[in-house]
Design a protein around this ligand. Structure first.
Ligand SMILES: *[C@@H]1O[C@H](CO)[C@@H](O)[C@H](O)[C@H]1NC(C)=O
Length: 440
């Protein structure tokens, strides 16, 4: 079960979809391509019926998926996993045969099949009570705004969770029940993208290279060499990950969550993980060591389907990033001075086509550390914006300034499409109207 390649399953859903929609598929694909280009959110439009003929049949025979036309709101009465009283969203009750159940749902909702392999739902979350840090909620709002901006620009859905779905799975364990629930709530999405609340998108143009992950079910940032050679629990980061919506992932979360505080095996795992990773000084089991353990010790079962992304900042440590933002700003302004196409004002919705022009100029920029490309995701590990209990390695002010700087650096890429920019990355309130042909 664990070794199956979920992707081939979904590909077969895709080809079934072709049979279902039959002769109108070409028209639908064209309409879909146009429509998905125009609309950032695949679920925002109540229905998009390409011709009056399909509109008529959709209204007359709503039970028959062949004739429903292109409709993203239609839910036929045919039973699906949602109608099974034994189906549970909770972690206690594992999901079985998810690939078949999801496939069955998709057959009944063929409008969601085109483009499914690139559909992403971002999830993030924070606690259900006010932050202890007096400005914590303000910071979380800014981090959330940053994610909403990124999702709007790229047409991704976003779900923010602020309750402990399993009360004993607190802190970093809370994401597991949220990810499971999101998979069940979004059978139409192929990838669930967990992004910690204290991580910010600092390159609004960069898109996940999903093609690279087509044979994998889980993507996380790290250094493969360090896992296998140094056995370090910090060789990876569990704060940002991409997980495919499939049975393998359900099984992974079942295995992974057995290491958590709600599990009778919690103490046992604390000991195992402490023994396995020499650099892990605390004795409690934690999600990141757990994941590192599965990569290291259960490579055949789990590791081989996990992609450890080290080429670009799938997430990056803020301490190594924030100091480079001023130079990166200068570099990008330099490129814009020399490239008229990048100075052209344009609608936010067509931003992705300007990202392609940027790519021509960023060929030599490199990726990740020592590169002058904008870092994709800057993660404020250790800053604890909500509680304020930051790691004693840095002062609260250092963390605060760094967060302001990264968030304003990102905001400048967004606000610019609205005609304004921050003058100073450390001043969040002051903006100026961007002059025509800026920065020539
Ligand atoms: C920024 O650029 C200046 C001038 O090229 C250089 O001296 C400095 O080391 C750079 N700073 C960083 C953090 O890369």
């Amino acid at each position: 079960m664990a070794k199956q390649n979920c992707r081939s399953k979904i590909s077969s859903v895709f080809s079934d979809g072709f049979l279902f929609v039959g002769g109108s598929i070409v028209a639908l694909i064209v309409v879909w391509a146009l429509w998905s280009f125009m609309s950032a959110s695949p679920t925002a439009d109540p229905s998009f019926l390409p011709t009056s003929a399909t509109q008529k049949s959709a209204l007359e025979t709503p039970r028959d998926p062949v004739d429903t036309g292109f409709n993203l709101r239609f839910d036929p009465p045919d039973p699906t996993y949602y109608d099974d009283p034994d189906m549970s969203y909770t972690m206690e009750k594992p999901m079985k045969n998810w690939d078949e159940k999801r496939k069955q749902w998709l057959k009944l909702h063929p409008s969601f099949i085109p483009g499914i392999e690139n559909r992403v739902l971002m999830i993030s979350g924070s606690q259900s009570t006010p932050c202890k840090n007096p400005i914590g909620d303000h910071l979380l709002l800014r981090f959330f705004k940053n994610k909403v901006d990124y999702c709007r620009i790229h047409g991704y859905d976003i779900f923010y969770n602020n309750v402990l779905l399993q009360p004993k799975m607190w802190s970093f364990w809370a994401k597991m029940p949220a990810v499971k629930a999101a998979m069940l709530a979004h059978p139409e999405t192929e990838w669930i993208w967990w992004v910690d609340s204290d991580a910010a998108f600092t390159d609004m143009d960069f898109k996940l290279p999903l093609d690279r992950y087509k044979n994998h079910n889980f993507v996380l940032h790290g250094w493969e060499k360090l896992i296998y050679e140094e056995q370090s629990w910090t060789s990876i980061n569990a704060g940002v990950f991409l997980i495919r919506n499939c049975q393998w992932s359900m099984d992974l979360m079942e295995t992974w969550s057995k290491m958590g505080p709600q599990s009778p095996e919690y103490d046992k795992w604390g000991e195992i993980l402490h023994k396995t990773f020499k650099d892990k000084i605390f004795k409690e089991s934690d999600d990141q060591s757990g994941l590192a353990y599965l990569l290291l010790k259960e490579k055949d079962k789990w590791g081989d389907k996990m992609y450890v992304e080290g080429e670009y900042y799938f997430e990056g440590y803020w301490v190594e990033i924030v100091g480079t933002l001023d130079n990166i700003t200068d570099k990008y302004l330099g490129v814009e001075k020399g490239e008229e196409r990048l100075r052209r004002r344009h609608a936010e919705r067509v931003s992705e086509s300007y990202a392609k022009v940027w790519d021509e100029h960023l060929k030599d920029a490199g990726y990740g550390r020592y590169s002058w490309r904008r870092p994709f995701i800057t993660h404020f590990t250790g800053c604890q914006p909500c509680s304020g209990d930051h790691n004693q390695m840095y002062s609260g002010e250092t963390c605060f300034d760094a967060m302001q700087k990264a968030l304003n650096f990102a905001d400048n890429q967004v606000l610019r499409k609205y005609g304004y920019m921050h003058k100073d990355l450390l001043d969040s309130s002051d903006v100026f109207p961007v002059p025509f042909n800026f920065p020539a």
